[in-house]
Design a protein around this ligand. Structure first.
Ligand SMILES: [Zn+2]
Length: 468
């Protein structure tokens, strides 16, 4: 069905234009023209209010959408103010659902008004033959009943007398208690709904093989409404080599891209200056990616890991046709920004990180020397250098609007982006990361009508055309 869309402004590349109309037919853009010169009268017109911006839908180039979906699907205990209410809820939930393993998240015993303790025996009273696991809100602590403890026999950090598990188990919960394919599908659909309501239409999901299968099933069932690029963790390299997957294998709805490796840790954990690979290991990995046509996503937050990647890359790669990427690129040396440009490396950054942890008295400032803090998330410098840069959320949380606000309000004055620039980086720029720059991310005839309308206060007015 044909339709004409007229918003107050439309975003084309990094510029906003007024008085433009866009003609779409189903999920394709047919024409862009001056709104007041049109002689078309027989096609319905949809006009959006003053202040509205019509733009390409958001593309989030770094997510963990499937695992985000799994975690939001788990029953959350955070709303309960007492131990009694918490345990009653668990008891009723288990009565209603027929499963072998029950995972609950979000409990916070520090705010319970009755007893502020929770042990194995509390959960055994509810069930001894079904596994029950409660993960604390912080993610670093869990409590298991006896049945659940039988499953996890040889894992570090578990006190079998109390049923309390610290660190490894709670942090790797979904690798230890693997969700079923149906749970994964349910999670992806929930997360997809959230994404669509935030104006997102394209994502890259860094995930595992089981979730990739869940995506494939959803696609076959016609339920996948996002355009998804799949990146698998490095531990699947042999699996990928054997399966014959290569970069850009798939279609406009779901495609495979490559693998993700970690070169350092995080600022929050105090490990952003710790290299996780030797140069030789990284060189071998890059060569494998070249040989098997796989894109490499290298997680590098600190200057050391960024520098290491550039050094090895320079040695191995002559032409970056596989669009190898650096993820985060948070604290590069200035000269390494120039080198990244020369080497044509793709970079995905997370502007929500600045919104969450930026500033002169926030987490980054407390953890890092001032000299490093001054090189924090240099969006403007990197964009102006002409680097292939795009934005993503890392699902912390999944929300492009938070990220855009982070980029607009950067605590380093000279690194603030304009609204147009931030919108561009969260939409148009991401298309190339999905190998779809000729199909999405622009308002031009022939492109998919993956379009959204937002208002001046950075809220979604409409996700125009979720494709059929
Ligand atoms: Zn990530």
């Amino acid at each position: 069905m044909k339709q004409i869309l007229i918003a107050d402004k439309i975003l084309i590349e990094k510029e906003l234009y007024e008085n433009k109309a866009v003609l779409i037919d189903g999920n394709k853009i047919l024409d862009v023209f001056d709104a007041f010169e049109s002689e078309i009268t027989h096609i319905p017109v949809k006009t959006f209010p003053p202040g509205s911006i019509l733009m390409p839908a958001f593309i989030d180039t770094h997510t963990h959408l499937a695992s985000y979906g799994i975690s939001i699907s788990k029953p959350n205990l955070n709303k309960f103010q007492t131990k009694k209410e918490t345990l009653e809820f668990i008891q009723n939930y288990i009565k209603e659902q027929d499963k072998e393993i029950y995972i609950f998240v979000g409990y916070d015993e520090s705010k319970w008004e009755d007893e502020q303790t929770l042990f194995k025996e509390d959960l055994n009273k509810i069930s001894r033959d079904k596994a029950i696991i409660l993960r604390r809100i912080c993610g670093h602590k869990a409590v298991l009943n006896s049945k659940a403890l039988e499953i996890v026999k040889d894992i570090d950090g578990i006190d079998f007398n109390t049923g309390i598990a610290l660190e490894y188990l709670p942090l790797n919960l979904y690798q230890i208690f693997k969700p079923s394919i149906d749970e994964r599908k349910e999670g992806i659909l929930k997360a997809q709904e959230i994404a669509l309501n935030l104006g997102i239409r394209g994502i890259i999901d860094i995930t595992d093989v089981e979730s990739f299968k869940a995506y494939q099933q959803l696609k076959r069932e016609g339920k996948l409404k996002l355009r998804v690029g799949i990146v698998l963790y490095e531990r699947y390299l042999d699996y990928i080599k054997n399966s014959g997957f290569e970069i850009d294998f798939g279609d406009d709805n779901l495609k495979f891209l490559g693998i993700k490796t970690f070169l350092d840790g995080s600022v929050g954990a105090g490990t952003a200056d710790k290299l996780l690979k030797t140069d030789e290991e990284l060189e071998y990995l890059l060569k494998q990616c070249q040989e098997y046509n796989l894109q490499l996503l290298a997680h590098a937050i600190g200057e050391k890991a960024i520098n290491q990647f550039l050094n090895v890359f320079e040695k191995v790669i002559k032409d970056n046709y596989l669009r190898h990427r650096i993820e985060h690129f948070e604290f590069p040396y200035y000269q390494d920004i120039k080198r990244a440009k020369e080497l044509n490396i793709y970079i995905s950054m997370q502007p929500n990180f600045v919104a969450l942890w930026g500033g002169f008295d926030n987490m980054y400032a407390k953890k890092l020397p001032f000299e490093t803090l001054k090189r924090c998330n240099l969006y403007k410098t990197i964009l102006d250098e002409g680097i292939k840069l795009s934005f993503g959320s890392d699902c912390m949380p999944l929300d492009p609007f938070l990220g855009i606000k982070g980029a607009l309000n950067h605590f380093i004055e000279s690194e603030k982006l304009s609204l147009n620039e931030a919108l561009y980086l969260y939409s148009t720029a991401g298309a190339e990361f999905l190998f779809m720059e000729h199909k999405i991310g622009k308002i031009e005839p022939g492109y998919y009508a993956d379009l959204i309308v937002i208002d001046e206060n950075l809220r979604l007015i409409e996700n125009v055309q979720p494709f059929e």
